[in-house]
Design a protein around this ligand. Sequence first.
Ligand code: NAD
Length: 394
Amino acid sequence: MIIKPSIRSNVFTNAHPLGCRANLEKQMNELDTLPPFNGPKNVLIIGGSSGYGLASRIALAFKGGSNTINVSFESGPKGKRTGTAGWWNNHYFNALTKDLPTSHKDFIGDAFSKAMKEEVIEYIKATLGKIDLVIYSLASGGRKNEETGEIVRSSIKTIGEKVEGKTIDIVNKTVESLTIDEATNEEINDTVYVMGGDDWQQWIETLRDNALVNKGFKTISYTYIGGPTTEKIYRKGTLGKAKEDLELKAKQMNEWLSKDFNGEALISSSKAVVTKASVFIPQMPIYVAALFDVMMKKNLHETIVQHKYRLFKDMVYGENRIIDEEGRIRLDHLEMQEEVQTETVALMGAINDQTLFDLKGTHQFFEDFYQIHGFNFESIDYEEDLDLEKLASE
Ligand code: NAD
């Protein structure tokens, strides 16, 4: 199969296997010159096949000396389908870690389900014994309620008022205006059910009830706060409500984790990066492009894996934790610097729907988006006819 990028409504419908491997190697190379650190021994990552979960897995496996278990919802190649980028990321992560002294295991399926939790629990009992760190990094549009059988959907909407926003149409390289509708109460509750902290808490309680939580255990999930240009759509919208719930659940878990295990439940506010989930959020692409431009000029730009490496080395397992009044780790402190925010807002005001595409930051945004699906790597021959079944079995 010859694989060319296929994108619909800013969502990739395919992925290039060899490019996905190149993307993993690129992230490994970005860590190359950075020193190792004393990471946790056994790590469970919920949502470790792409984006922040994958970057966390790479940083911990290659620099923290961790064993990793990853639960993700991905599909492999079948017929005319290439398989998802996350599926190939898992596949090649295993190949690229095979010479490490640590072990790495993938579970493919629905992390929200009881059955998946039981399967993972059995595996941990039979292999690693106890867990030292759980990273909860899910981004999902839906969650099955196992009691009613209903699929509950999350929505990206505003609260209290309609908002006019803009986004980048990635295929046509144009800026599109859009209206983001106000959510109903049901839509707010549904988004909290899908993207809030309930399932995270269930994972941690299930581990505790099976005596798999080690002394000094930590768990962390990723929130986003952001600045004035994304606030109505993100932080003050349905997703923000879900994040408030996630942050509340961290506080609740922290109480018993600290008492019973000398452990902690953490929230890290992470910076805006290009992932399959973030590109989908209106306003975010233009903000990210402008932000990247400002941060690159100021030499403050970090790649996704460098960001997560710094989180674990300095702020979770190191002595350089920056926290805010809510107790959240502010890994996003560079993005949130007043000067960076002011310049980003000014740049967004100064560019128009054409000049946006001339920015270095916008080029970086496009490059990241294509590369996380395995495209736009110079080292790859995109005319090559690939045998996906063979690649999947290697
Ligand atoms: P992503 O889409 O790249 O990754 C999502 C992961 O969730 C994938 O591994 C996917 O397989 C997994 N997943 C989704 N549904 C699943 C299911 N039912 N069962 C098992 N696995 C499932 O997204 P991301 O942007 O890396 O987001 C991860 C977290 O980071 C989210 O909580 C997000 O809000 C947060 N965050 C993201 C940004 C950003 O800019 N991307 C910034 C701050 C915080």
